[in-house]
Design a protein around this ligand. Structure first.
Ligand code: 6GU
Length: 307
């Protein structure tokens, strides 16, 4: 996988050479290139932003600088696109398959980039252009899984009040699989941290990245089967007077599995009831249903409902 990151603080991404992602880079699994957006400016001040059209506080990143940079990284020739609606939502229209970069998708002209919840996990183009944006859909494990199947990811980090909204819409019209994601309901100063978060979630899913691939399988409960994990303990079984639950030292693996599953259901119902509401009742075991009923949930419909 090739990962291009564009930012006005490319030094920020030197941390990606550390730890597991650094190892994956030395193994040749991924190549990460961080670029300085100012390298694509022509003026003496290397300016990348301007005041917002319509007035207001802050600065907005200029479309022309981004376009020179992204055309080069995506291998596209500059071309006017007067038909592009500058207000269109990125998320609910089919992606065109016209870009040279997306030849792999030519066999699936009906592919769409759906909002992440309904798209398949391999519903991703060869090349994907991603903009971190606090006013976008939330980045989820499903998106990480999808993006781990791409060959080339290009991240464009906005600073200031953001980037000109025509930029992602332009590249979508050029046939690129373009996505905007927020990583949570809080405000960051720029997209750099968000890109680091997304990259870690994506690259750890690449084949050969993790030492122990089972640790991915075990936690890969996504979509309609997402639960928070049970609590974990290690030895000594009594530490500072606190003894771990007796069932875990009973040696009865069936009982341990049931205990952990019940704890996962109870913790999720308490902390993230929205995840319980997304479970598929038909996919739940009899024991799961019994546990949820005891927790005050109704499980006879398609999804659980809190009573
Ligand atoms: Cl993707 N960017 C910024 N600037 N703030 C955020 C975010 C992204 N996600 C949550 N907050």
């Amino acid at each position: 996988m090739l990962i291009d990151i564009v930012s006005v603080f490319p030094e920020y991404f030197s941390v990606l050479d550390l730890s597991l992602l650094g190892k994956a880079q030395s193994k040749g699994l991924v190549e990460v290139r961080a670029h300085n957006l100012r390298d694509w400016t022509h003026d003496v001040h290397h300016s990348v932003d301007d005041t917002p059209v319509g007035g207001g506080a802050g600065m907005v990143m200029k479309p022309a600088v981004w376009a020179e940079c992204l055309d080069e990284l995506l291998g596209l020739e500059p071309q006017d696109m007067p038909q592009v609606d500058p207000t269109a939502e990125l998320w609910d229209e089919p992606v065109q398959d016209s870009a040279a970069e997306n030849l792999d998708d030519a066999a699936n002209p009906d592919d769409t980039v759906d909002s992440a919840s309904t798209a398949g996990i391999t519903d991703v183009a060869d090349t994907v252009l991603i903009f971190p944006n606090p006013s976008a859909p939330l980045f989820t494990q499903r998106d990480a899984t999808q993006l781990s199947h791409a060959r080339h990811l290009v991240f464009g980090c906005g600073r200031y009040e953001g980037y000109d909204a025509r930029v992602p819409r332009y590249y979508k019209a050029r046939g690129v699989d373009v996505r905007e994601y927020s990583i949570g309901d809080y405000v960051l100063n720029g997209g750099e941290v968000a890109v680091s978060v997304m990259l870690e979630a994506i690259t750890r899913l690449l084949p050969g990245f993790m030492g122990n691939p089972e640790s991915i399988v075990e936690e890969s409960y996504t979509g309609s089967n997402a639960l928070l994990e049970h609590l974990q303990y290690t030895r000594p079984t009594t530490w500072r007077g606190i003894t771990v639950p007796a069932v875990l030292t009973s040696g009865d693996h069936g009982k341990v599995d049931r205990y952990r599953r019940d704890q996962a259901l109870a913790r999720t119902a308490d902390i993230r009831p929205d995840l319980i509401e997304k479970l598929d009742c038909a996919a739940l075991s009899k024991a799961d249903r019994k546990t949820l009923i005891a927790l005050g949930w109704e499980v006879s419909g398609r999804n659980p409902r809190k009573l």
